[in-house]
Design a protein around this ligand. Structure first.
Ligand SMILES: *Cc1c(COP(=O)(O)O)cnc(C)c1O
Length: 456
């Protein structure tokens, strides 16, 4: 049955509660009503097409309606959609675990599934805590705290918000969050370094070092989004920082959890950001692009050493006490296997540096536009920060919703974007063509120019 747009909008307004959406302005900010998609484009109920400039919120990495992915999911559907993974196995879940552990750097050889980026981090936190509580039998561990970073975003569940660093969330949910040790965002030192990467690295590292000197022996794990803090506003890190964090974690004898929910699966320009940074974490969190953006599936990869601390007779209670009903969902795992197949068949990773450079070259154009304070790129993702006064650093009043306005103007050029405040976010599919990249960047330039009423 075909529904009229008016009917759908009426029902949407009457019955739907959208995530991260101020409903008082929802309709006036012209939400799309998507009906289908084709390649890198979303198609609304009127048949209008929009280039998916944020990969349907950072997860669509290979385009929509990929024949191989469609086929993999429908073939799996003809066998079984879901069977429990609790104390049981099903074929795609096992195959995907083997594929992921072959792909991830040794010794990350164990795969624990869940359903979202938030749960991937939540699982890592609980795993780290339980690991320390039982890794030395008969010894009570002091390692019960977590160290995370200012501005960090690791998801929306209570545990993942606790290790996040966004004031807005902490103000709302503070009373039920656990207290984490916190360093400043590595980005916060950039200004103080006056653009000197080495100094920036030293300042950010020293901050972490001082927290670890004070309480490193109580830290169960350091939780970091490597390369770029995405939802924080696309905040970059100085080159070598992730390596330094690994060294400092080792020196403090603690674990390192890398949250690659956004930057994993090719986004960084390598398969994994940790790989790009030459670092192996103790736990690696994957979600968003894992299924090519098709289905909700997440994986927390852990080392064999961590896994072994959970072994013992059942009555000793060393079992990992966590699991969701849809853990290891067969359709999601089939989509993820097909995603990895595409990476392999098309040697996608080999082509990424070229894509990253193509984006870098085009982003340069935007630098000279008024109100563009900064352009931050990491791999195939970028944030274009708009300020009211670039020189003084004065932001636009948040009630102006400049970021939203720029993205809405870009929509006129057939591109769909969703900003983070006044940072215009680009997270296109990794398979974007040069022509589509042109269109993406042109639309942002147009959006900035028309919204901020600048004559060319
Ligand atoms: C999106 C994101 C999450 C949360 O993932 P959900 O699937 O939305 O729960 C966690 N960490 C990072 C770095 C993310 O970008």
């Amino acid at each position: 049955m075909k529904y009229e747009r008016e009917t759908l909008e009426e029902w949407d307004d009457a019955h739907v509660w959208h995530p991260f959406t101020p409903h008082s302005v929802y309709r006036q900010e012209k939400p799309l009503m998507i009906e289908s998609a084709d390649g890198h484009e979303l198609i609304d109920v009127d048949g209008s097409r929009f280039l998916d400039g944020v990969g349907s919120l950072w997860c669509n990495i290979l385009g929509h309606r990929r024949e191989e992915l469609d086929r993999a999911v429908s073939e799996q559907l003809s066998r079984v959609a879901h069977a429990t993974f609790l104390g049981n196995a099903s074929v795609p879940g096992v195959v995907l675990a083997k594929r992921l552990s072959d792909l991830a750097p040794a010794p990350l050889s164990r795969v624990f599934y869940s359903d979202s980026g938030s749960t991937a981090v939540e699982v890592a936190i609980k795993m780290a805590l339980q690991y320390w509580s039982q890794h030395k039998p008969g010894e009570k561990s002091k390692r019960t705290r977590f160290l995370s970073f200012g501005e960090a975003y690791h998801g929306d569940t209570i545990g993942s918000v606790s290790v996040g660093g966004m004031d807005l969330f902490h103000a709302r949910f503070g009373p039920v969050l656990f207290e984490a040790e916190r360093c400043q965002s590595p980005y916060s030192w950039r200004d103080k370094s006056k653009g000197d990467d080495k100094l920036w690295l030293e300042l950010a590292s020293r901050d972490l070092e001082s927290v670890l000197e004070r309480c490193g022996d109580q830290i169960a794990a350091i939780v970091l989004e490597p390369g770029m803090q995405g939802a924080a506003g696309m905040l970059t890190q100085p080159p070598g920082y992730v390596k330094r964090v690994r060294e400092l974690a080792d020196r403090a004898g603690t674990l390192l959890i890398l949250d690659e929910v956004a930057m994993g699966m090719g986004r960084s320009g390598s398969m994994f950001a940790s790989e790009a940074e030459g670092v192996v974490p103790d736990m690696l969190c994957l979600a968003k692009g894992l299924t090519g953006g098709y289905l909700p599936l997440a994986a927390t990869l852990a080392t064999e050493q961590i896994f072994e601390a959970f072994l013992g007779p059942p009555e000793e209670g060393r079992t990992f006490f966590h699991g969701h009903t849809y853990t290891g969902n067969a359709l999601g795992c089939a989509a993820a296997i097909a995603t990895l197949d595409i990476f392999e068949r098309e040697s996608l990773v080999d082509g990424l540096p070229g894509r990253v450079e193509a984006m870098r070259a085009r982003l340069e154009r935007l630098r000279n536009l008024p109100h563009v304070a900064d352009i931050r790129q990491y791999g195939l993702s970028a944030g274009i920060e708009l300020l009211k006064d670039v020189d003084s650093g004065e932001p636009f009043d948040s009630s102006e919703r400049i970021g939203v306005a720029v993205c809405l103007a870009a929509r006129d050029k057939g591109v769909f974007l969703r900003p983070l405040g006044d940072v215009i976010v680009l997270m296109p599919p990794l398979t974007l063509s040069d022509l589509e990249l042109d269109k993406l960047i042109d639309s942002v330039a147009y959006g900035i120019e028309t919204t901020l009423q600048v004559n060319k």
